[in-house]
Design a protein around this ligand. Sequence first.
Ligand SMILES: O=C1C[C@@](O)(C(=O)O)C[C@@H](O)[C@@H]1O
Length: 159
Amino acid sequence: MTRRILLINGPNLNLLGKREPHIYGSTTLADVEASARTQASSLGVELETFQSNHEGAIVDRIQEAAGWGPNCLHDRAPKERVSAIIINPGALTHTSVAVRDALLAVDIPFVELHVSNVHAREPFRKHSHLSDRAVAVICGMGVYGYTAAIEFAARHMKV
Ligand SMILES: O=C1C[C@@](O)(C(=O)O)C[C@@H](O)[C@@H]1O
């Protein structure tokens, strides 16, 4: 069965390539997702992508990754469960207990990813609600971080 990896991008990452290019670079999210899809298929895994500016939508998508729908009424077949999640939660990294709880609830191993080096920026970016439960944390590699995360998830997160 082909393994699935889910790539989630949180608030404002739809603006990648336009937003503060001195921090986040000039590559768009569409470019990132297209390269990620090509890379995933060359590694023999399926990639699903999701971006939202809304915390609740991200929580819903994480639950769906486990085959659970709203109120668990619309369960997907178990074979559709995602085997690894790569998440750039954007600002939700620093604020969201709900995203943390969703990731822990589904018990799907995840990589936390940031384009920028969050430790070299404002002090409030140093704290993450996810890092202590992530399999790996990538930050400061620019959009190459997505390539590194997919390679790692495809080759080393065999569950
Ligand atoms: O929106 C973002 C993007 C980010 O996750 C990054 O990719 O570097 C870092 C966060 O602090 C910020 O709120």
